[in-house]
Design a protein around this ligand. Structure first.
Ligand code: BES
Ligand code: MN
Ligand code: ZN
Length: 501
């Protein structure tokens, strides 16, 4: 899958023979009194002179490139601001590493060594550094045939770990970081694909190829099997499309024995026109991202399998295209989901919750008791939380807390919204068991409440509404514009936490 060579080394930074040596600097440190002093001496005081000139303030993500004039084995030194020391941890380290790589990508640099000075332990720090560096290499312009500036390919990444006692922990961490970083970039690559390129069939093919390499097994349900099962909600959504629907079922058994410890479910609408309740033309092209939850789910399954986590994980991706046509589902139609519940379709643009309903029913039929879904479900979550945090809802609270902790650990922000049972009243239908929309008020909550209608009593379920976080229109020093891969890292952290010892 990858050609990036990742290593950990206890080498002296100045004797690292790479195209660029990266070192992080803090806002509140003095070069001569810190671990930078010996490197500074090798460079005959070049770093402290920069600091004296006020060119090295250590502010978060500020970068300064310095030619080393032959005084270190690396011809250039990139200093990256890391903010205040007290605020520095793995999440910052990941972003600092990403910033460094993005600053170097357009330069003729193929081999990089990163000396991340900081507080975290060797394993976690190395994981964060490698993940961040690999995330930094993501190229959202993958469909361009010509580029203004050529992108240099990173071929080798060395993580410098000064303590020899910690190198084996750092090596383990670096391996994890590489698996996770590459899985996130794979998910971003899928989410970046236009609707004509990535149809439900192509998504299933990509998940199948990935499963063969990573080590999870697949069962792809076609229309006939879904019809025989009674997945009327998903099939209703896909009626208007020429593209055949697929339910992609991925199974990874990492511990002995049967049973599902965790089910990951991702909304896979490869393009969402809104259907007969068609969306306005402006910005409709963005709806190619409506399978970002699916991309994160496939990527998470890949990472979980490659990391050989000791846990049994089921991944389900309901994949459809939502189109208007003479065959399309109409507003007012009634469809029956897998668990027998009838749904009145008041708006064909509220399609994500319908395909998730059938996917969640199917996951439970396969034995899932703990579920988490990720979906670009509502524009309302962008109104509520903007692009800074995904909406988190579910029950019981202990399970929601576990998902929240995993997300925080992974550096993917979430914010819980309430799911008081009174909200479900907004989904009352005159003629069916439930309506698929609940009016303008609390759109993200009623979307989640609809999905909750399909979760069996006693099962734990959490829902991540990623409509505001799956894609970024704002470039960050560590992050390209485009798909973010959220919540893949949280999914992996959640699986990690459920391992049997
Ligand atoms: N895929 C959209 C939600 C979306 C909006 C994703 C913006 C990413 C960015 C979803 O299927 C949708 O159309 N939701 C409707 C629900 C409404 C009809 C209740 C919405 O948010 O308007
Ligand atoms: Mn929609
Ligand atoms: Zn949608």
């Amino acid at each position: 899958m990858s050609s990036l060579n990742v290593t950990v080394s206890a080498q002296e930074p100045s004797s690292c023979a790479v195209d660029a040596l990266v070192v992080n600097v803090f806002e509140d440190e003095k070069v001569s009194e810190s671990t930078l002093a010996s490197l500074d001496q090798k460079l005959q005081g070049a770093i402290s002179r920069l600091a004296d000139l006020g060119e090295l303030d250590g502010k978060l993500f500020h970068t300064t490139l310095l030619p080393t004039g032959g005084q270190t084995y690396a011809p250039r030194l990139l200093l990256v601001g890391s903010g205040k020391r007290v605020d520095f941890g793995s999440n910052r380290a990941r972003d600092v590493a990403g910033t460094a790589i993005r600053a170097l990508l357009k330069r003729p640099v193929a081999t990089v060594a990163i000396w991340m000075r900081g507080a975290a332990d060797g394993g976690d720090l190395a994981e964060a550094v490698v993940t961040g560096a690999i995330l930094g290499t993501f190229d959202p312009g993958e469909y361009k045939t010509k580029r203004e500036e050529p992108l240099t390919r990173l071929t080798s990444l060395t993580v410098l770990e000064s303590s020899v006692q910690r190198t084996s922990a750092a090596e383990e961490g670096a391996k994890r970081g590489q698996v996770i970083g590459e899985a996130v970039n794979f998910a971003r690559h899928l989410a970046n694909a236009p609707g004509n390129v990535l149809t439900p069939e192509k998504l299933a093919a990509a998940a199948t190829r990935e499963g063969a390499e990573a080590g999870y097994s697949l069962d792809v349900l076609d229309r006939a099997r879904m019809a025989a099962l009674g997945m009327g909600a998903l099939l209703g959504v896909s009626e208007g499309s020429e593209q055949p629907p697929m339910t992609i079922v991925m199974t990874y058994k990492g511990r002995g024995g049967d049973g599902v410890d965790l089910a990951l479910i991702g909304k896979g609408v490869t393009f969402d026109t809104g259907g007969i309740s068609i969306k306005p033309a402006s910005d409709m092209h963005l709806m190619k991202e409506d399978m970002a939850g699916a991309a994160a789910t496939v990527g998470a399954m890949s990472a979980i399998a490659r990391l050989r986590l000791r846990v049994n994980v089921l991944g389900i991706v309901p994949a459809v295209e939502n189109m208007p046509s003479g065959h399309a589902m109409r507003p007012g139609d009634v469809v029956t989901a897998l668990n027998g519940k009838t749904i009145e379709v008041l708006n064909t643009d509220a399609e994500g919750r319908m395909i998730l309903a059938d996917a969640i029913c199917y996951a439970q039929r396969l034995g899932a008791k703990r579920l988490v879904d990720a979906a670009t479900l509502t524009g309302a979550v962008v109104v509520a939380l903007g692009n800074q945090a995904a909406g988190l809802l579910g029950r019981p609270q202990e399970w929601v807390d576990q998902v929240k902790c995993a997300s925080e650990k992974a550096g993917e922000r979430v914010w819980q919204l309430p799911l008081f049972e009174e909200y479900a009243r907004q989904l009352k239908s005159e003629i069916a068991d439930v309506a698929n929309v609940g009016g303008r008020a609390a759109g993200t909550i009623t979307g989640a409440a609809f999905i909750g209608e399909f979760v069996d009593e006693g099962n734990a379920w959490a829902h991540l509404d990623i409509a505001g976080t799956a894609w970024t229109e704002r470039e960050e020093p560590y992050l390209a514009k485009g798909p973010t891969g959220i919540p893949l890292r949280a999914f992996v952290a959640l699986a990690e936490g459920l391992q049997q010892s």
